[in-house]
Design a protein around this ligand. Structure first.
Ligand code: MG
Length: 384
């Protein structure tokens, strides 16, 4: 069966006119599970339910006001059982489920939770591609299945939220995997399992095929991935051009796109708005010291050197100032960053009360080779 598959695959490669190098890398790519895709379950709604126990078990909708022209941003699983989904007009959601609790999004808060989750990702790899606040691909050097499980557990422990995880040898299949058993799922697609599940799937499961492409494909008789596999590839290529190759390769379970970690942070920052405006310089010093430590720790995890440190202060009258200082070369030396922060602080006028203080490190340089920072081992005690 597998050898037949290899024969078929090679035939497809021929028909697509791929060069030897591409063929070889496609075949080799199947041999190692290296990609983890993590997707939080009903992220915004789950955060609201976590933060307010009275919302647990209830249909919760984060998004626009149903009395105005808002749309659903995220629906809890309870709300989804009424047929409510993201991007649906909130007024329609209200019709489907009049008892639903509608909440305004608290983006700032969701971003903070997202930061916690990405901090976890960076413990396992510094090749992290953020897709959105609650979704990322990770390239894993070690055992991706073990890492996938550990990330799931750690997210649960640290944030009380659930994630669904897909593990595979490429991005397309890893993403398909995280969606396979939502919520709280963990799905592993090795090459055999991928070949079992792919043929029967609807064509829109191929990454990048949205409703309009789906319609076009259905018009020429392609409803499932098997239909695409059976289709006359020459004709398909003529009709869809360069994109055809990518689609056909995905139909056979191949995807050579790399985890693109260059979309990562160019700066890291922390800030706080005090409950009451602060006049005491000591408190500001203390706060900045905490921020220095937190940012330094994150830089360590991600293998960053920083060149620039910026202190931001917003006064009681809402006027805001920033003071920056740069080093000749990047540094991840805690003392050096601490000294810079202190110098900046000494240049700030504290005759007015302070409402907000922030610290940012920027001009970041990634010094790590794209390798895993912490190799997970069974039975090992991990320290954080
Ligand atoms: Mg999600």
């Amino acid at each position: 069966m597998i050898s037949l598959l290899v024969v078929l695959t090679v035939e497809v490669f021929e028909k697509l006119g791929l060069d030897e190098q591409k063929k070889a890398s496609l075949l080799a790519s199947q041999n190692r599970l290296s990609i983890v895709h993590v997707d939080m379950d009903a992220f915004y709604a789950a955060i609201e339910q976590r933060d307010n126990p009275r919302l647990q078990g209830k249909p919760v909708i984060v998004g626009g006001d149903p009395k105005q022209r808002g749309v659903v941003s995220t629906a809890s699983y309870e709300a989804r059982s009424f047929g409510i989904h993201s991007a649906m007009p909130s007024s329609r959601a209200l019709q489907l489920c009049p008892q639903a609790v509608f909440l305004k999004p608290r983006m700032k808060h969701y971003k903070e939770v997202s930061q916690e989750i990405f901090d976890i990702f960076y413990q396992y790899s510094n090749m992290v591609e953020a897709v959105s606040l609650d979704e990322a691909f990770l390239y894993i050097e070690g055992d991706a299945v073990v890492v996938g499980k550990m990330i799931k557990e750690e997210i649960r422990e640290r944030t009380g939220l659930t994630a669904s995880v897909g593990v595979s040898f490429n991005k397309f299949l890893a993403k398909l995997g995280s969606d396979w058993e939502k919520p709280n799922g963990l799905t592993i697609f090795d090459k055999d399992r991928a070949q079992e599940i792919l043929p029967g799937l609807k064509i829109r499961k191929i990454w990048g095929i949205g409703p309009s492409s789906e319609k076009v494909l259905q018009e020429i008789g392609i409803y499932t991935i098997q239909d695409l596999r059976n289709y006359d590839l020459g004709y398909f290529k003529d009709r869809f051009g360069k994109r055809a190759i990518e689609l056909v390769l995905m139909a056979w379970g191949f995807d050579l796109r790399e985890v693109n970690s260059s979309t990562g942070a160019k700066s890291l920052g922390e800030e706080i708005t005090f409950e009451r405006d602060v006049a005491d310089r000591k408190i500001l010093e203390q706060t900045l010291e905490e921020f220095t430590l937190a940012l330094w720790k994150r830089m360590q995890q991600r293998g960053y050197l920083a060149r620039t440190v910026t202190v931001k202060v917003r006064y009681e009258d809402f006027s805001t100032i920033t003071r920056s200082k740069s080093l000749e070369t990047g540094s991840d030396d805690l003392e050096e960053i601490r000294m810079l922060t202190k110098k900046l602080l000494s240049r700030i006028d504290f005759r007015k009360k302070v409402r907000l203080v922030g610290l940012q490190v920027s001009n970041l340089i990634n010094v790590e080779e794209p390798i895993q920072l912490r190799l997970p081992l069974f039975g090992e005690n991990r320290d954080d």
